[in-house]
Design a protein around this ligand. Structure first.
Ligand SMILES: Nc1ncnc2c1ncn2[C@@H]1O[C@H](COP(=O)(O)OP(=O)(O)OP(=O)(O)O)[C@@H](O)[C@H]1O
Length: 304
């Protein structure tokens, strides 16, 4: 099932600044990380998906709808958490989220109930009648998340939800987003300039750079295909390296470790390593499987 599809999507601001260039991508259900450096074009893409901006050229679909001509329908089914602080300090969270529920078309009582529910989900139920102006940054981010959830959307677009949070606050926010994805079955696109931060909660990643698609893939395929076996022997490291290379498993050296690519048949590779160590009668000190972190894969690609 495709939730978001873009075809050669291009956005040029004021005839001069190309924010997105010929972007073609397809997003399925789950928690999807949209990562890229500041200025990569993430916010622009989100605004196009919501119909807040019109593309310069190309086309896009969100839940099968065209945001350029069906923006109101898109926004009924999509929740949006903007990057910037946009909260009225004098209102309570309950008033504000109820108000946005009303704007989304909910009747008064339903809006109030849904607002309480959304604020409960984000952990602000107890504090919901306090003025937002007195909230911490973490609490304000949660109010922004609650207002995106109030109308029970099918898809959430979250623009830098961890902005301004300390490490503990970032962790809590990411856990909350992961929970929304798994418990409520809502698909989530979460924008971040910190790849290492979002990768742990995402099912797939889309990386953009300078408005162009860098890479789009499921996290599992990115990590498993590049797993390595780290082998450390107390002596005979060079000899073991040569023998493994001759056996079709050329390792790379990292200090005292040999990193052996496990490739597409990890069981056979594992057996070959063990057999070679035994054959050479070397004292095996360490043998562990390592997964690359996704950030390392992107870095490796950029170096290539
Ligand atoms: N309204 C605008 N007018 C002109 N240029 C713009 C406008 N909005 C964004 N840009 C430019 O478009 C490019 C992409 O910006 P965008 O905000 O989409 O990136 P981003 O990846 O979301 O970055 P950030 O995380 O810093 O917001 C940048 O060069 C930015 O300066």
């Amino acid at each position: 099932m495709t939730l978001i599809a873009t075809q050669s999507l291009t956005k040029v601001y004021g005839g001069r600044v190309t924010a997105l260039s010929d972007l073609t991508l397809s997003v399925g259900p789950g928690v999807v990380g949209l990562v890229g450096a500041n200025g990569a074009g993430k916010s622009t893409l989100i605004k196009l998906l919501l119909g807040l901006l019109a593309p310069t050229s190309g086309s896009l679909r969100v839940l099968g709808l065209d945001p350029t001509t069906q923006a109101a329908d898109v926004r009924k089914r999509v929740g949006y958490m903007p990057e910037n602080d946009c909260l009225p300090p004098e209102l309570s969270a309950a008033e504000f989220v109820t108000h946005l529920g009303r704007i989304s078309g909910l009747p008064r009582t339903a809006a109030r109930e849904r607002a309480s529910e959304a604020l409960r989900h984000v952990g602000l139920y107890e504090e919901r009648y306090r003025q937002i102006g007195g909230y911490s940054t973490g609490m304000k981010q949660r109010v922004k998340l609650a207002q995106a959830l109030v109308h029970d959307p099918d898809l959430l677009l979250l623009d830098e939800p961890t902005n301004g949070l300390d490490p503990a606050g970032r962790d809590a926010m990411l856990n909350l987003i992961a929970r929304i994805g798994s418990e409520f079955g809502i698909s989530v696109v979460v924008c971040s300039h910190l790849l290492g931060e979002v990768e742990r909660i995402c099912d797939s990643l889309i990386a953009i750079d300078g408005g162009k698609l860098l890479r789009s893939a499921e996290i599992s395929t990115m990590t498993t295909s590049t797993a390595v076996l780290a082998v450390e022997v107390s002596e005979g490291t060079d000899e073991l390296g040569h023998r493994l290379a001759a056996a079709g498993l050329p390792p790379t050296r990292e200090g005292r470790l040999l990193l052996v690519p496990l490739g597409t048949d990890p069981d056979t590779a594992y057996d070959t390593v063990l057999a070679t160590v035994a054959d050479l009668d070397l004292p095996l000190h360490r043998l562990e499987q390592r997964r690359h972190r996704v950030a390392e894969l992107f870095a490796a690609r950029e170096d290539a």
